[in-house]
Design a protein around this ligand. Structure first.
Ligand code: CTP
Length: 401
C-alpha cells in the first residue's frame, strides 16, 4: 500500500526512540523507502547502526559526514520526501519547529520540506500538559502539520498519563490513511458486534460459546483502514484492540449487547453483526453459588432478544445491515431465509462443515449473499482476507442497491 513512497523519519532525543525500529520495519514491509535523520541527542537512545540496517540507508545526523566526506543537503532531502514523520518528537524540538530554530540537520530539513509533516510527541505528562507545549502543538497544527496524538499509559518516569509515543502499528496506519485518498469508507460510521456473550447462571458460572471474536475484530480493522469510524461492541474476548479509529464497547451478556447495539445503530451507516449471541439465557440469576449438595437437574432458560432482527425492524433508509449465519445443514436456503426474515442487506454464511473454518480458527470459509440475489463463494483464507472480501461486497452492494 505504501509501495514506492519516500518517507523521512526524524528521530529526536526521547526514550520512546526504541519504538522506531519497528516503525521502520512496518513501513518497509508495506514497500516504502525510509530515510532516517536523527538529532545528535537521539543517538543516545537508539543506535544509528540498528536504524541504518533496518532502513537499508545510511543514517543522517550531521550536515557533514567526516567519515565519508559527504555533505547532506537538507534542501534535496526535503524535496525527496513524500512525507516526513518526526517521531518521537521532544518538547525541545517542537519548540524549535515553532520558532524556526534550525540548528541541526533535522530541523533544517523540516524547514525545507514541501511535503506533509507528521509529528508524534513523546514526553512526560506534565511537560505535555504545560501551556507552552499545548500552545506549540496548536501552532504546528496551524502550519498544517499533522499531530499523531500521544497515547495514555505508563511513562518512562513511572508516572501514568498522556505522553507515550503512539504505538508503531497506529503510527503506520495513520500514514497509510493519508496516502490512501481513495478510501472506500471514509467518514462512514460502522458498528460491529463480535465475540460471544456470557449469560450468568450464578456468581461463578455462565453459559457461553467458543467464539474468539477474531472475525469481527478483523472486519473492524479492515473498515478502520478504509477510513471508517468504527464502533466495535465486543463480548468477553482475549484480543486487545488499540486503534485510534476504533471505539470499543465491552459487554458481557446478550441483553447488554442489545442495549448498546440499539443505541449505536441509530447513528450508524453500516452495521455488521458478527457476534455469536447466546440464544438463551437463564430465566433468573441465582444470587448465591449453587451448591453441589443442593443438586441441579436443569436450568430454566428463556430466549434472548434477537438483536439482529430487532435492528432489522429499526433499520432506516440508507442503512446497511449485515448478519452472519452459522449453519450445519441447508446453508444457502437457511441463510437466505434469515436475510429476508431479519430484513438484512447482506448475509455471510459460515459453514461449520469446512475444516479450518469457524470458531477459534485464524481462517474462515464463507459464502456471501446479498439482497440483490448475488451469491459469492470464497475459498478458505485468513480472516483478515475474508474481512476485505466482505468490505468489497458491501461497497459494491451500496453502489448497486
Ligand atoms: N444474532 C443476534 N442476536 C441473537 C442471536 C443471533 O443478533 N440473540 C445474530 C448473530 O450475530 C448473527 C445472526 O443473528 O449475525 C445469525 O445468528 P445464528 O446463530 O446463525 O442464527 P439464529 O438467528 O440465532 O438462528 P438459529 O440459531 O436457529 O440458526
Amino acid at each position: 500500500m505504501l509501495k514506492g513512497k519516500k518517507i523521512i523519519i526524524g528521530i529526536t532525543g526521547s526514550i520512546a526512540a526504541y519504538k522506531i525500529p519497528l516503525v521502520i520495519r512496518l513501513l518497509k514491509k508495506e514497500g516504502a523507502e525510509v530515510q532516517i535523520i536523527m538529532t545528535p541527542a537521539a543517538k543516545d537512545f537508539v543506535t544509528p547502526l540498528t536504524l541504518s540496517a533496518l532502513s537499508e540507508r545510511p543514517v543522517l545526523i550531521d550536515f557533514f559526514d567526516k567519515d565519508f566526506g559527504t555533505w547532506s543537503s537538507h534542501i534535496e532531502l526535503g524535496l525527496w520526501a513524500d512525507i516526513m514523520l518526526i517521531a518521537p518528537v521532544s518538547a525541545n524540538t517542537i519548540a524549535k519547529m515553532v520558532t524556526g530554530i534550525a540548528d541541526n540537520l533535522l530541523l533544517t530539513t523540516i524547514l525545507s520540506a514541501r511535503c506533509k509533516v507528521f509529528f508524534a510527541p513523546a514526553m512526560d505528562l506534565d511537560m505535555y500538559k504545560h501551556p507552552t507545549t499545548i500552545e506549540n502543538i496548536n501552532k504546528l497544527q496551524s502550519f498544517g502539520y499533522k499531530l499523531i496524538k500521544p497515547a495514555v499509559g505508563e511513562l518512562a518516569s513511572g508516572l501514568k498519563g498522556t505522553g507515550r509515543l503512539e504505538e508503531p502499528e497506529n503510527i503506520v496506519s495513520q500514514i497509510e490513511n493519508y496516502f490512501n485518498d481513495s478510501l472506500s469508507f471514509l467518514g462512514k460510521k460502522v458498528m460491529i458486534t463480535a465475540g460471544p456473550t456470557y449469560e450468568t447462571i450464578d456468581p461463578v458460572r455462565f453459559i457461553g460459546n467458543y467464539s474468539s471474536g477474531k472475525m469481527g475484530v478483523e472486519i473492524a480493522m479492515a473498515f478502520a483502514k478504509q477510513g471508517a469510524i468504527v464502533n466495535l461492541i465486543i463480548g468477553p474476548i482475549n484480543i486487545e484492540i488499540d486503534h485510534p479509529e476504533i471505539n470499543v464497547t465491552k459487554v458481557t451478556s446478550a441483553a447488554e449487547m442489545h442495549k448498546e447495539s440499539l443505541n449505536i445503530f441509530r447513528y450508524s451507516d453500516i452495521a455488521i453483526m458478527a457476534a455469536a449471541v447466546a440464544d438463551f439465557t437463564p430465566y433468573s440469576i441465582e444470587q448465591k453459588k449453587i451448591k453441589k449438595e443442593d443438586g441441579l437437574n436443569s436450568i430454566k432458560l428463556k430466549a434472548t432478544v434477537d438483536i439482529l432482527a430487532d435492528l432489522g425492524r429499526n433499520k432506516k433508509d440508507g442503512q446497511i445491515l449485515v448478519g452472519f449465519a452459522l449453519e450445519t445443514d441447508n446453508g444457502l436456503v437457511n441463510a437466505r431465509k434469515k436475510m429476508n426474515n431479519k430484513n438484512l442487506d447482506v448475509i455471510v454464511l459460515n459453514s461449520l462443515k469446512d475444516a479450518g473454518a469457524g470458531f477459534g480458527y485464524d481462517t474462515n470459509k464463507v459464502t456471501i449473499l446479498t439482497k440483490n440475489g448475488d451469491e459469492m463463494i470464497f475459498g478458505l483464507k485468513p480472516k483478515h482476507e475474508v474481512a476485505i472480501d466482505l468490505l468489497s461486497v458491501i461497497e459494491k452492494y451500496n453502489i448497486h442497491k
